[in-house]
Design a protein around this ligand. Structure first.
Ligand SMILES: Nc1nc2c(ncn2[C@@H]2O[C@H](COP(=O)(O)OP(=O)(O)OP(=O)(O)O)[C@@H](O)[C@H]2O)c(=O)[nH]1
Ligand SMILES: [Mg+2]
Length: 407
């Protein structure tokens, strides 16, 4: 077996060299593209490299296995069955057509894919470098030695001003020689993130008499009903508390059925109310037997002012001890901000963030909680009732933003 490596500025030229030197039976084993610096390292150009072999025992699809045709020759290693040979390659006169013929074979496609993958990788690195350079120009106040940490915060959608503030706080706290210690810096950033995330703690009944009433409000589909079910199941089954459920969702039968199913499984009473008066009565009737009453509401589109006003009337009647605004971490910062603005007229004391399991960028949680000046009560992390819910913790947020090392 004879292996050789060929280098040229293009794939077609490299293939021509292979054909010329090794003949039409050459088999391409590997290709890669890389750039080479020249001119004192100031310029660079692309090099396509092909490793090809001759005298390899390749199964011929038209004639059957090579072993049959040449029984005396033993293959020295197993080769990919689809590696192209250059039998159909017509020569340098029709370079582009020849290149196309070779590339039309399955292994030719693989070679192209490999080359593309390399190029994509380089492109990603180049774009990443450009983004960092632009950021560095835009944020000259971020110290260079902490810039990668700043980029990590930004990459997780922590607002720029906040990320700068956090990094500057960290810079003040550490000695310059510690800036090189990534773990140490990370821990300091985690402490900052924790500090910047106000948390409310779990729902707790403080009064001796009467039920602790909690209402969940928020945009459509964020996970209010599922979260109510999780909260109710944990209070009832884990903490052995008496829990009543009320839904003000009168628009959709399916939504009522959804909560009824959960109420049946948990073993809690459910009341469906259609008017503020019904709601008042439902609360009064549950007051005797329930330590907690959880109120589910229909999702309101932030653009539906009429329904938002209606919700306000219901909440005024219910006079809940806590109102939690439920927001999804899968929504963009702009969507979350719109929801907050529209719901700002409705009473909301705490924030619940849902769908953390699907969130791409968790920094939005930090921005929102700080912007509305409310504390985080719970986060939900999946569709499973009752397990996928956690009491909000700053350390957990830090862990999510910084990766596992934020522990
Ligand atoms: N991945 C994931 N899905 C969730 C989570 N919480 C809820 N969901 C899903 O989100 C979808 C909507 O949940 P619901 O609880 O019906 O949402 P809602 O806010 O009550 O919806 P409306 O009543 O229509 O406003 C369902 O498919 C839930 O299973 C979560 O933490 N993670
Ligand atoms: Mg619902």
């Amino acid at each position: 077996m004879n292996l050789q490596t060929f280098k040229a500025p293009t794939m077609a030229e490299a293939l021509t060299q292979v054909k010329r030197t090794m003949g039409p039976d050459a088999v391409i084993l590997h290709t890669r593209t890389y750039s080479q610096r020249y001119w004192l390292g100031l310029r660079r150009h692309e090099i396509v490299e092909i490793t090809a072999g001759r005298g390899l025992q390749m199964p011929d699809r038209r004639r059957g296995p090579v072993a049959q045709a040449a029984p005396t020759r033993q293959p020295t290693r197993t080769l990919p069955p689809a590696a192209p040979n250059l039998q159909n390659y017509v020569g340098p006169r029709d370079l582009s057509q020849a290149g196309r013929d070779v590339l039309n074979t399955p292994a030719g496609n693989t070679a192209v894919m490999l080359t593309l993958r390399e190029e994509m990788k380089e492109l990603k690195i180049a774009v990443g470098k450009m983004v960092t350079e632009v950021r560095q120009t835009k944020s000259p106040e971020v110290p260079e030695e902490l810039f990668s940490h700043y980029m990590q915060l930004i990459g997780n959608q922590v607002a720029e001003e906040l990320a700068i503030e956090i990094i500057k706080n960290v810079q003040r706290q550490i000695r310059p020689e510690h800036a090189e210690n990534a773990e140490f810096v990370r821990e300091k950033i985690a402490e900052q993130l924790e500090k910047y995330m106000p948390v409310a703690g779990p729902i707790t009944r403080t009064k001796a008499h009467g039920p602790h009433v909690v209402a969940l409000i928020g945009p459509t589909g964020v996970g209010k009903t599922t979260t109510i079910a999780k909260l109710a199941a944990n209070l009832k089954l884990r903490e052995k508390r008496k829990v009543g459920l009320i839904t003000i969702d009168t628009y959709r039968i399916a939504a009522i059925d959804q909560l009824r199913k959960y109420a049946d499984i948990i073993g809690s009473p459910l009341k469906v109310v259609g008017s503020p008066d019904d709601l008042r009565e439902a609360i009064i009737s549950m007051s005797q037997d329930c330590e907690f009453i959880l109120i589910d509401t229909a999702g309101r589109s932030p653009n539906d002012t009429l329904k938002l006003n209606e919700l306000k009337t219901f909440l005024a009647v219910a006079a809940p001890d806590e109102v939690h605004l439920v927001l999804s971490t899968t929504s963009s910062q702009a969507c979350v901000e719109l929801a907050i603005e529209r719901f700002s007229d409705v009473r909301a004391d705490k924030i619940i963030f849902t769908k953390l399991d699907e969130a791409a960028h968790v920094g939005v949680m930090l921005n929102v909680v700080r912007k509305v000046n409310k504390s985080l009560s719970y986060v939900t992390t999946g569709q499973d009732v009752p397990d996928d819910i956690e009491v909000g913790k700053g350390r957990r947020l830090a862990q999510l933003i910084l990766g596992n090392n934020g522990n």
